[in-house]
Design a protein around this ligand. Sequence first.
Ligand code: OXD
Length: 309
Amino acid sequence: MNIFFYATYSNKDEFLVTLKKKFKDEKIYTVKDTFDYSIIDVAMVWNLPQHICKKMKNLKVIFSIGAGVDHVLKLPDINNLPIIRVKDPSMRIRMYNHVLSQILIFQLKLKIYDEAQRKKIWMNERYTPLNSELTIGIMGLGYIGNFVALNVKKLGYNVIGLKRNTETKNIPFEIYDKSSLNKFINKSDVIVSILPDTKKTKNFINSNFLKKMKGSSLLINIGRGPAVNELDLINHIKKNPNFYASLDVFIKEPLSKRHKFWQNKNITITPHVAAITDHDSSINYLYKRFMTFKKNKKIKSDVDLKLGY
Ligand code: OXD
């Protein structure tokens, strides 16, 4: 089969080497090759430009080489194409590690001691709650969110989840939905957003939402930047000195040097690295799904176009 590979990753060349090794029986093209784009059957992409997508007139399936598919859903004329996203076990372990690290920094007040260290201040001790005294609210309980929730729960934290509906097959913690959103926000000491970028999630975490969060609490965003209204967050922190945010994703990435977030001592910034794309395991996953498609000549899409994820 003819595969077209495109990615904006800084280490995309290394990714391509591993991809070619694994897909040794297939022909893999990139923008550096000269070829007729209508021969391409399969696109494996991250942030593919629209004009390239338009040239692939006989495309049969699109693979997102990450977990998110928002970059694919922006492409033209993809309505009937199956979209496959990476479900990499190593990615969710990394996400969990990242979330846990940010919970602990908040719980143990490490940002306060860090600031004191810079000023050479020997600080009096502060109360640090036990795991069982904290409630972690997880928004977005898909492949990654569910794993994070279950593992945080194993450590003795109280865990609650926010879902589109409250149907709770095999979910061992309390689930809230839109109708009980206020309760979910009020109860949580830490809110973790793993929401995808859709029409419904844009600006979901706005001033109204933030006002309902506890004065001393932490917001972690490892989903997509547009879920947070960035201006509302800055204004909220100004009024609530014990409110913290740990942000891995932003409306515009890379974050502009002029962005107010950089200077804010209550905000932790990580540059979209909560879970790196592990080349070996994500390519193994892509390969497994590709072989299913090759064998059956069809594959069920991972994405509900109406929901947008
Ligand atoms: C992803 C990401 O979706 O890195 O894989 O954001």
